[in-house]
Ligand binder design. Sequence first.
Ligand SMILES: [Zn+2]
Length: 223
Amino acid sequence: MLAAMLHKYHSAILTETLSRNFSTPALREIIQANLDQDSLQTFFQPQIHFDESKFAEALAYIEEQRAIIARNHDPHDMRKALGRLTHGAQDFYAHSNYVDLWLDQNGGLEQTRAADIDGLDPAILNNPALRSDYFYWWRDFIYYVPIFKTFAKKYLVFVNSHESMHLDDPSRGPKFFYALKAAEQRTLSEYQRALKTVDPAMLHLFHGSPEPRYKLLPQLKTA
Ligand SMILES: [Zn+2]
């Protein structure tokens, strides 16, 4: 979809972080719900993609989805809610200046590697300088029209615009890989947070396990 972290990266992050815990069909359901957030109906809802610095709204949306997981006894609904909430949690690092703020405080690209990033640094999450991109629909669409693209990217990039800020794909350079790492850490942390609210009797169904005694695997740690 337009102006969005590419689907293959949303899928890769979910596979990397959750495939140990969910059955393949269950994981596929989470991935589908995550990718569906870039459909036309949700495309213009900035809080779903952490756009326009609507952080309070975006976090409220995550909480709403978490509440669905908590009170639910339908494993499909639970997995779809997890897919929806992880979409925003991942977009956050691609659409905000989180990576820049982290790099500023940790020695920049020269002294760090992508694997060093802490995607859950409270000092950065609460930093008043944290902001995210604006998707100026009336003008940013020009970047997606092939004949205008080259010209527009060179001469028409606005400060704060999606085009000037996003880290949606590797064409944006090394910072993309920092965003990807941070998004993985955040995904795992959101999953663990959601898991605490799941009715223990639902754990195995949620994970798509036929085994009623689903046990948490030992690798569940961030960083
Ligand atoms: Zn998105």
